[in-house]
Design a protein around this ligand. Structure first.
Ligand SMILES: *[C@@H]1O[C@H](CO)[C@@H](O)[C@H](O)[C@H]1NC(C)=O
Ligand SMILES: *[C@@H]1O[C@H](CO)[C@@H](O)[C@H](O)[C@H]1NC(C)=O
Ligand SMILES: *[C@@H]1O[C@H](CO)[C@@H](O)[C@H](O)[C@H]1NC(C)=O
Length: 338
């Protein structure tokens, strides 16, 4: 063989290795169900498999969805306790045991349930006071049965009082009352808190003064200098504001998972186009896949879930219906992402 041929064959072999390497997509997807035109769950799971998605989050314990996940143990599934169930479940461990036997037990053998989130964006608030008790009961239950399921909750940025610059990050008094005890409990077992981070909302509050490329993770230029830490994107700024707020409560190392992030592709004029949504979500995927952390936690790669798989027509009209990566009726992508 002459050397160009040898080189060519060598390159072919490398490509074969690259393409056969069946790497799971690191980013996870939220699978919301607030639509009356969504595909059947088995079709959705085939979509996830074709995309090599390894982590899915649903918001409750929907039986059709969980039944469809049976036998697909390579996909981790986060399920949730519904907000409206929390008050009743907080009354006793027995109530929580019954909930578990009904909603989780039937799937344990063949669905890979990774997390149970206790409530969604319910802290702070009247129901938020029930989160800790339910988390404690569920934690006792999974521990007593040695189940590899993590118990956590999902919170929004409303818990931050100061959030800019990141080092000024702190919690509101309401968050200090409700969230901090939850975070302290999570830190005892080193379980991540799920935090929803939407640069979209911060950007659209002030699109004249905030750079779009900074909001969409689309520049390497330093836009915010915070002491020794340099930031080129708003996602990292928000993430680290939460990290600083936790640190001020003595919670330095509690892991954070991004429960939701995303950008709508329609509903708010030229700020919500498929192009901008694809730039934000594409750059988020790259951020996750780079394995790099944020300036404050440079050595902790980001784990997170895009919101959401489908446009959901039963959410409030406007941008809320347009966070999907796929159209529900034909399962075609709204824009190219994967
Ligand atoms: C369950 O999902 C998690 C998260 O994706 C993964 O790390 C683990 O390997 C999965 N379990 C099995 C049995 O495949
Ligand atoms: C949206 O349109 C306004 C008014 O024409 C313009 O000033 C602004 O730069 C546009 N924003 C984007 C993100 O295209
Ligand atoms: C990250 O890892 C590097 C290399 O191990 C280390 O020097 C640095 O102190 C670490 N940074 C933080 C914030 O932990």
């Amino acid at each position: 063989m002459d050397s160009p041929t040898r080189m060519f064959l060598f390159m072919l072999a490398c490509m074969a290795i690259l393409f056969n390497y069946n790497a799971a997509t690191k980013v996870g997807l939220n699978y919301g169900l607030l639509g009356d035109n969504l595909p059947a769950p088995p079709e959705v799971i085939n979509l996830y498999k074709s995309l090599n998605i390894a982590n899915i989050r649903i918001f409750d314990t929907n039986t059709d969805v969980l039944n469809a996940f049976r036998g697909n143990r390579d996909i981790g599934v986060i399920v949730g306790v519904k907000n409206q169930d929390l008050a009743a479940l907080a009354t006793s461990e027995d109530a929580v045991n019954t909930w578990f036997v009904t909603n989780i037990e039937p799937y344990l053998a063949d669905v890979n349930i990774t997390f149970i989130t206790v409530g969604n964006e319910i802290i702070p608030g009247e129901i938020g006071f029930h989160v800790l008790a339910v988390m404690k009961s569920l934690t006792n239950l999974v521990k007593s049965r040695s189940l590899p399921i993590l118990i956590s909750t999902t919170v929004a940025m409303i818990n931050l009082g100061q959030s800019y610059p990141p080092s000024a990050g702190d919690f509101t008094p309401e968050a200090r009352a409700q969230l901090v005890p939850v975070l302290k409990f999570l830190s005892q077992t080193n379980t991540p808190i799920l935090v929803n981070i939407y640069p979209y909302f911060a950007y659209t509050a002030d699109p004249v003064n905030i750079r779009l490329d900074y909001a969409t993770l689309d520049t390497d230029a330093v836009v915010v200098q915070d002491g020794p830490l340099s930031y080129s994107n708003m996602f990292d700024v928000i993430f680290d504001a939460f990290v600083w707020a936790m640190e001020k409560e003595g919670l330095k190392d509690l892991p954070m998972v991004v429960g939701e992030t995303g950008w709508p592709s329609a509903g708010n004029g030229n700020l919500t186009t498929p192009k901008i949504a694809s730039i934000y979500n594409g750059n988020f995927v790259k951020h996750v896949e780079s394995g790099k952390g944020t300036p404050k936690r440079p050595n902790n790669s980001i784990h997170g879930f895009l919101f959401a798989t489908f446009n959901e027509n039963q959410k409030p009209a406007g941008t809320e219906q347009n966070f999907g990566l796929y159209y529900p009726t034909d399962m075609k992508p709204v824009y190219k992402l994967f």
